[in-house]
Design a protein around this ligand. Sequence first.
Ligand SMILES: C[S@@+](CC[C@H](N)C(=O)[O-])C[C@H]1O[C@@H](n2cnc3c(N)ncnc32)[C@H](O)[C@@H]1O
Length: 214
Amino acid sequence: MHHDPIQAYAEQHTAPEPPLLAQLTRETHLQTLLPRMSSGHVQGRFLSLLSQLMRPRRVLEIGTFCGYATLCLAEGLAHDGLLHTIEIDPEREARIRRYVTAAGKTAQIRLHIGAALDVLPGLVDEVWDLVFIDADKRSNDAYFEAVIGQVRPGGLLIVDNVLWSGKVLPGHEVRKSDRDTPLVRAFNDKMAQDARVEPVFLPLRDGLLLLRKL
Ligand SMILES: C[S@@+](CC[C@H](N)C(=O)[O-])C[C@H]1O[C@@H](n2cnc3c(N)ncnc32)[C@H](O)[C@@H]1O
């Protein structure tokens, strides 16, 4: 995890990872095939910071995986706040619930197992303060369009992996079989022009796109 010296330096000068999250990272590396999908130390503290600055009443996460970002985004919830998180893979459920319980957040975190576009219609009455889009990347636009009408003005959407390992850059040649890269690119380009949001593209880790709803 510390092969990149800039990453190591950033971690050493960021608030420490809470012990429960360090334990979740270890377990994710030992027990899952794609541990890199999980948010890590610096990105996690950044999500926590945004949550604590905003004090959101309603948070939505699309793509839970092991629940690392879920716990970070829940750190700043208002006293009556709720976080809804959606994960398609039922094999993730037991671990997520175990860590939500260990964090003492069972009353504040609602886990939905299912495909995001099937679950979201059941959440149409919510008004989102903070949304984290981090599921199948080719669907970024579908998730954005599904939720943008429910984000309050001044609310924030965060989209992860918008650098897509650098494959979005103009110089990168996209293989014919690669259906994701053109869609990640198209979504990023659309957001740079979209009058509904003010975008800030942060090259943190695999790229975080911050979108403030106007
Ligand atoms: C990058 S991981 C999420 C990481 C997590 N947000 C974090 O930062 O720690 C993406 C997750 O989205 C899930 N996923 C993929 N397609 C989905 C869909 N259509 N609906 C909901 N979840 C989906 C995958 O099973 C995977 O666990």
